[in-house]
Design a protein around this ligand. Structure first.
Ligand code: MN
Length: 288
């Protein structure tokens, strides 16, 4: 297992400044920096090359995270929106290839956050499968793992559990199309968190970790040792990436619905100390 964090721990904006972020996460002891995949499309060639060079230099892997907007929903009833979604994610994967980022994660089978104005789940599901089949072929060509993120009921109606994710992957039937399970979402939807990881087995490509309120691993009540055991049981060797959201404000605070300060008033130095401590806790819990 390799450990990482989403860049947004240090910002209230989804737009990241990835060179300093890469240096910082490496210094803290992470192996993976998770970036906002949409940003890759607005970065210049020089910026992309620089990010690739710096991360290579640091020995850091980059995973890319996207919640596609509604006008790029690959499961939309409108064929032109579906095509726009597929083109958007294809362009992202091409940009990822340029920085040697080999894992695309997020709600790439529809859009995010869900607005629930169309509740015909079987039809949305079927269109999603067809589009993800096409995206899977792009991922395969570019040597990228497309890890579909299972999220809770308040964020999408399509994939809410490990079991649903597996069923979806089976329909897509492409070895590069896998699942991302996130402990924050799992805590809402799964009967048993370690068992949900075991069920996913070889379909599991990436893991997001955070407590039930999206605090840092070790700051809440989730069963970290038992989840680590489950990941070892299935021989999971992918990325374990934190997605901590402690500060209210900005687009990040709005999209994630952080309506209060969960950091106990931490300044920058204390934020760094807390994530360092959490990484050491997590490594211990997952190493067994
Ligand atoms: Mn997540």
């Amino acid at each position: 297992m390799k450990f990482g964090t989403l860049f947004a721990y240090w910002t209230q904006d989804w737009r990241g400044d990835y060179i300093p972020a890469a240096k910082k996460v490496k210094d803290i002891g992470f192996d993976i920096l998770e970036v906002g995949a949409g940003d890759l499309l607005t970065m210049t060639d020089t910026e992309l090359s620089e990010l690739k060079a710096v991360s290579k230099d640091l020995g850091l892997t980059i995973s890319s995270n996207i919640g596609p907007p509604k006008d790029k929903d690959v499961a939309s009833p409108d064929p032109s929106v579906r095509e726009a979604g597929i083109a958007f994610l294809r362009d992202i994967m091409k940009a990822m290839d340029r920085i040697d980022s080999r894992v695309l994660v997020g709600v790439t089978y529809t859009y995010w956050p869900g607005q629930f104005d169309d509740l015909d789940k079987p039809a949305i599901w079927a269109r999603g499968v067809e589009s993800v089949k096409r995206l899977g072929r792009v991922a395969q060509d570019l040597n990228i793992d497309l890890c579909l993120e299972v999220v809770n009921r308040f964020e999408t109606l399509v994939l809410n559990t490990s079991e649903e994710g597996i069923a979806f992957c089976k329909e897509v039937d492409n070895p590069r199309v896998k699942l991302l399970l996130d402990t924050f979402h799992m805590n809402i939807e799964e009967d048993n968190l370690p068992d949900a990881f075991r069920l996913a087995g070889d379909y599991l490509g990436h893991v997001h970790v955070g407590e039930g309120n999206r605090k840092l691993p070790g700051q809440g009540h989730l069963p970290w040792e038992a989840m680590g055991q489950a990941l070892r049981d299935i021989g999971f060797d992918g990325g374990v990436v934190m997605e901590p959201f402690l500060k209210a404000g900005g687009r990040v605070g709005e999209d994630i619905k952080v309506w209060r300060d969960l950091s106990n008033g931490a300044d920058d130095k204390e934020m760094d100390r807390m994530i360092r401590e959490s990484l050491s806790f997590l490594k211990k819990a997952f190493a067994g």
